[in-house]
Design a binder for this molecule. Structure first.
Ligand SMILES: [Zn+2]
Length: 133
């Protein structure tokens, strides 16, 4: 039975679901059907991924975080090794360009999981049908 304040997912299970790009509610259904092809609903629990118009605007923040998190070791290492600003910027920019598709996929998944973690009650039901109800 679902608790009244929404489904609870353990942190390790949620982290695993983020890495595997799975649904924030059931952690089983794949969010993407293929490269750059996001599903509208979860194939396992029918959760509508775009919760409201403009929902994924918040994913930009997740994208910024991922960009900083993934490039920081490189540019900080170059900075500490005494590299000049030009090469540091060029490498960081190239790294961001190469990783852009990864950021696109993971920022949306990360955003949905942050939302589900902070607002579990809003993930109890949606316009689609929920299993077991
Ligand atoms: Zn699901």
């Amino acid at each position: 039975m679902t608790p009244p304040d929404g489904p609870r997912v353990s942190i390790p299970r949620r982290l695993s679901a983020i890495v595997r790009m799975r649904c924030p509610r059931c952690c089983r259904g794949a969010v993407y059907a293929g490269p750059l092809r996001m599903r509208r609903t979860c194939p396992a629990c029918n959760l509508q991924f775009e919760r409201e118009p403009g929902y994924f605007t918040g994913a930009m923040y997740a994208s910024y975080f991922l960009g900083i998190f993934t490039t920081l070791p490189v540019w900080l290492g170059m900075l500490l090794a005494g590299a000049r600003l030009g090469p540091i910027l060029a490498v960081a920019f190239a790294l961001v360009l190469v990783l852009m598709p990864v950021y696109f996929h993971y920022s949306r998944v990360l955003w949905m999981h942050i939302d589900a973690y902070l607002n579990p009650a809003t993930f109890v039901s949606d316009s689609g049908s929920s299993p077991g109800r």
